[in-house]
Design a protein around this ligand. Structure first.
Ligand code: NAP
Ligand code: MG
Length: 478
């Protein structure tokens, strides 16, 4: 049974309840975590407040950077074990989990190195005045993360907040708590000051809601569904508290007739099957110029049919979905598409050795899909690719922008001017040209437009979100 990490110590929760840790590859329960209560959230927030008043609040930027760097190294030292834990907990193939843990370490390395590079400004003002703009931490930052990339999300959310000197409280998703608890233990081992990083496991509506509503927090970073993101923002509005929301996506991959098809295909496939499609940046819509539509679809279908799904330790293209609810949700989308007579272009397979009790869904590709169809508009969060033909540049931009989301887009063309025109026409937080990066890219500012959320994480911009600015006006005349 795993405890909560509060004030630098492992503590039992205030309630007696636990949550099962389920292996999505087999459906089996293999451990338990604490079902944290609102009272536990209060304790964690108090511990964070105490940290700011104590050693953590007095620490220099240089020292904060050194702690984060040390934590990064410690994560890498334990990479094999943590990857195994993460893969079993999430169902993702071991190779993917290994990559996620490497990125987790990279976040602490990047923000560790940045911690003492953040400086303010001197602002020209009237004579005999020295005006400085100081950058300070916001205070207590709350972090609510989803189950799809727990290891990456810990780094993405926590590392910049700590680099700026905030004290953090993390509520991981109830399905995937183990990597957060593991990182907490490493933080304890390297001697990160007590209360700088707290982890409370528990249910979203219980511990998560209590954290979002806590009157002493100064900021919330939330990644997850639009439904819960809206509740978080409403809770923030009541005090008010600043929030960064990273929500869903329905990202287009746009393939023009002159594209380098052989380069594009493996990247397009990975963008939809990575993490079994449970990726906010999944390239779930494939827009193909009509003049090459038939040939391109035939070519990509050849590779799509070879995609295999299996348990995390079989390390195939796809693992299972997170839980039975997600499996049912994705299966329903697939059934609805089939019932609406949307043609199936290709299907991958579930490996015969995959345990029958796991939450598997084979990858599937539909096309041509009307832009009004649910699978072309809504975030399915599964390995379901919708292929949509388009006529020309304007048509491609129109279709790309036709959903409520605006997270990422990929453009495939050798024509430089077109690359730029289309990139400028698309509403998205990130646009990739002849490449695509779902996850990773710690240096690259990331976030949504439209209903995909607001605020930026990753890169140096993330530090802005977790900083406060203080204008200091000093009259030095006689
Ligand atoms: P979710 O409910 O939005 O979960 C995200 C996080 O919010 C989890 O830690 C969750 O805790 C917590 N949470 C839930 N209700 C809360 C509340 N009322 N107050 C505060 N925190 C709360 O996502 P989900 O239900 O797991 O997944 C549903 C759908 O969301 C997916 O099918 C997918 O479309 C989308 N999704 C998107 C992303 C993304 O990266 N954009 C990630 C995950 C899911 P619990 O886990 O304990 O509920
Ligand atoms: Mg689990």
């Amino acid at each position: 049974m795993k405890k909560l990490f509060i004030g630098g110590e492992w503590v039992a929760g205030a309630g007696n309840a636990v949550l099962p840790v389920i292996c999505p590859s087999t459906g089996e329960v293999y451990d338990e975590v604490t079902r944290g209560t609102p009272q536990d959230i209060d304790c964690a927030v108090d511990a964070a407040a105490q940290a700011l008043r104590g050693q953590w609040g007095r620490t220099t930027a240089l020292q904060r950077g050194r702690w984060l760097t040390e934590l990064s190294q410690e994560i890498l030292k334990h990479r094999a074990e943590l990857s195994q834990i993460e893969a079993r907990d999430t169902g993702k193939p071991l190779t993917t989990a290994h990559n996620d843990v490497t990125i987790l370490a990279r976040y602490f390395e990047f923000y560790g190195a940045a911690a003492d590079k953040v400086s303010g400004e001197v602002i020209p003002f009237e004579s005999d005045y020295l005006v400085t703009l100081l950058r300070e931490p916001l205070g207590i930052t709350a972090h609510i993360i989803p189950w799809n990339y727990p290891a990456q999300m810990i780094g993405r959310s926590i590392a910049p907040a700590l680099a700026m000197g905030n004290a953090t409280v993390l509520k991981p998703a109830e399905d995937t708590c183990l990597s957060a608890l593991y990182v907490a233990d490493l933080a304890r081992e390297i001697g990160l000051p007590d209360g700088a990083f707290n982890v409370v496991t528990g249910l979203g509506e219980e511990a998560g809601a209590a954290l979002a509503q806590n009157s002493n927090i100064d900021f919330i970073s939330f990644t997850g569904s639009n439904e819960v993101g809206t509740k978080i923002q409403a809770a923030c509005a009541r005090r008010p508290v600043k929030c960064v929301l990273e929500l869903g996506g329905k990202s287009p991959q746009i393939v023009f007739a002159d594209a380098n098809i052989e380069r594009a295909i493996p990247i397009i496939l990975r963008a939809i099957v990575q993490n079994a499609g449970q990726t906010c940046t999944a390239g779930s819509r494939l827009l193909v110029q009509r003049s090459i539509y038939e040939g391109f679809v035939e070519r990509i279908a050849q590779d799509f049919k070879k995609l295999q799904t299996g348990s995390y330790d079989m390390d195939l293209d796809c693992g299972p979905l997170m839980n039975g609810t997600q499996q049912l949700r994705v299966t329903n989308y697939i059934q609805e598409a089939k019932d609406s007579d949307i043609p199936v272009l290709a299907e991958g397979s579930i490996h015969p050795d995959a345990p029958k009790s796991g939450f598997y869904v084979a990858p599937i590709m539909f096309g041509p899909v009307e832009i009004t169809a649910a699978i072309a508009r809504e975030e399915v969060f599964g390995p379901v690719l919708s292929v949509i033909p388009f006529e020309d540049e304007q048509d491609a931009i129109r279709i790309a922008n036709s959903t409520d989301y605006g997270l990422v887009a990929g453009i495939w063309t050798e024509n430089g001017a077109r690359q730029h025109r289309v990139a400028r026409g698309i509403r998205a937080g990130q646009v990739f040209i002849n490449s695509y990066g779902a996850g990773g890219g710690v240096e690259l500012p990331f976030g949504g437009t439209k209903r995909s959320g607001h605020g930026r994480e990753k890169g140096l911009l993330a530090l802005e979100e977790v900083s406060s600015y203080k204008t200091l006006v000093n009259y030095y005349g006689e």
